[in-house]
Write a new protein. Structure first.
Length: 428
């Protein structure tokens, strides 16, 4: 019996049982046939007879001679004589008697009777023994060949998960119910791994956020502290004029306004992190074209030319279109601040990842900013009016959709921002 990968457990079990029954039947039939032939060999043949020749001599003496004779192989009768006997055919009277040899158990010898009884016992016990052995071997084969391999795979997977190790992979190529269970277990492992990865990424983002908060709040706090010390020193020295006081208060107001704007930004970013991804089935090229037409409104009265290229096949995809629109709106709004003549948007779809690349011919990103790969906010504005909220929001939204934000500079000049999201399933 072979393991058939494409069969269900029910068909595999029924096939094993049918094969076992066939083997048991053949073995039992062969055993019964052998025992039957053995019994026929021991018992006298039903076609065998005793041929008795009775001869009466003139003096009244009667002699008898017996010989076995097979009716199945007939031959002419001949005169039977005992050794040394002389006959006078003219004076003797000869008669023949045929007696059938009965095929009877009582005619057997003690040894032959024991062998006959043993053959009868074997005719009953051996088929029962074959049934027991067949059921045992069938159960053993079905467990070790069909049930045990996926059970071992699932138990090993469970052990890895209990040890909080999700870096393993479940590989089981059978297509029955247990194979489907292993496939579902592998998908669950991948989901857990992805969730843990995203959770770890969120924790890293939280750490980066805390570091960013501590760093960015340190500057205005230091400025406020410095102006407080400045006012105290000038007041104690009697050199605090109205002009100095007005200047210090103005700078303190600007600094506190920046701190307020920063805390508002953090509050808004926290609300965006709570945004849920709402998947829907969307006609991909049509939706992207409508989105580009809507984004074109941002270029009115700007003098910047907007172009778009599509490298996506036709079909339906499952993703959050509103989320993608918010990301592109932020990226293009940021690009408009630096672009001089044109902005280009390119859509690509590769391996289930939909990417949108926004390029401009502005000054590009500084090397210092490109090296800050773990920074939460991307901003080089020293005035404090732009804290990099657009890129931060886009980054959070892409991560919630299983994607990323990548910053780079073009080979010639200008910045390049690539946003990507992960589609759910294949293109329909």
């Amino acid at each position: 019996m072979e393991k058939v990968k494409g069969q269900s457990l029910k068909r595999s079990f029924m096939g094993a049982v049918a094969m076992t029954m066939l083997i048991v039947f053949l073995c039992s039939a062969l055993t019964i046939f052998i025992c039957y032939r053995f019994q026929k060999h021991i018992l006298p043949d039903s076609n065998e007879v005793w041929l008795t020749q009775r001869t009466t001599a003139p003096d009244g003496t009667v002699t008898e001679v017996k010989q076995r004779y097979y009716l199945a192989r007939p031959s002419p009768f001949t005169r039977l004589e005992t050794d040394g006997q002389e006959h006078d055919e003219m004076r003797e009277e000869t008669s023949y008697i045929i007696e059938r040899i009965e095929s009877s158990y009582s005619m057997l010898s003690s040894r032959a009777k024991a062998a006959y009884r043993a053959s009868q016992i074997f005719m009953v016990l051996l088929p029962l023994l074959f049934v027991v052995i067949g059921i045992t071997l069938c159960a053993w084969w079905f467990y070790h060949k069909i049930l045990e391999p996926p059970i071992i795979v699932l138990m090993n997977a469970t052990t890895h998960i209990q040890d909080q190790d999700l870096s393993f992979q479940i590989s089981f190529d059978r297509q029955d119910e247990l194979g489907q269970l292993c496939t579902a277990f592998e998908k669950m492992r991948q989901t857990l791994y992805e969730n843990n990865r995203q959770l770890w990424s969120m924790l890293e983002e939280r750490r980066a956020l805390q570091a960013s908060v501590a760093h960015d709040l340190r500057n205005p706090i230091t400025i406020i502290k410095g102006y407080v010390e400045y006012l105290q020193e000038n007041r104690q020295g009697g050199t605090l004029t109205d002009e100095k006081l007005e200047k210090a208060l103005s700078n303190l107001g600007i600094t506190t306004e920046r701190m307020g704007r920063y805390t508002d930004t953090m509050r808004d970013l926290g609300a965006i992190e709570e945004t849920e991804v709402r998947y829907a089935e969307i006609e991909l090229p049509v939706f992207l074209q409508h989105m580009v037409d809507s984004l074109s409104v941002l270029f009115q009265n700007t003098g910047v030319r907007f172009s778009c290229n599509f490298h996506v096949p036709k079909g339906k995809a499952v993703f959050d279109g509103e989320l993608l629109y918010r990301v592109l709106e932020n990226l293009i709004s940021n690009a408009l601040r630096f672009a001089e003549q044109r902005i280009e948007l390119v859509f690509c779809l590769e391996h289930g990842i939909l990417s949108a690349t926004v390029t401009d011919e502005g000054p590009g990103f500084s090397e210092k900013l490109l090296r800050k790969k773990t920074a939460l906010f991307y901003s080089e504005d020293t005035s404090g009016k732009h804290l990099g909220m657009g890129l931060a929001v886009s980054r959070v939204l892409c991560q919630k959709h299983g994607g990323t934000i990548e910053l780079a500079n073009q080979s010639s000049c200008g910045a390049c921002v690539k946003a990507s999201i992960k589609l759910q399933g294949e293109l329909l």
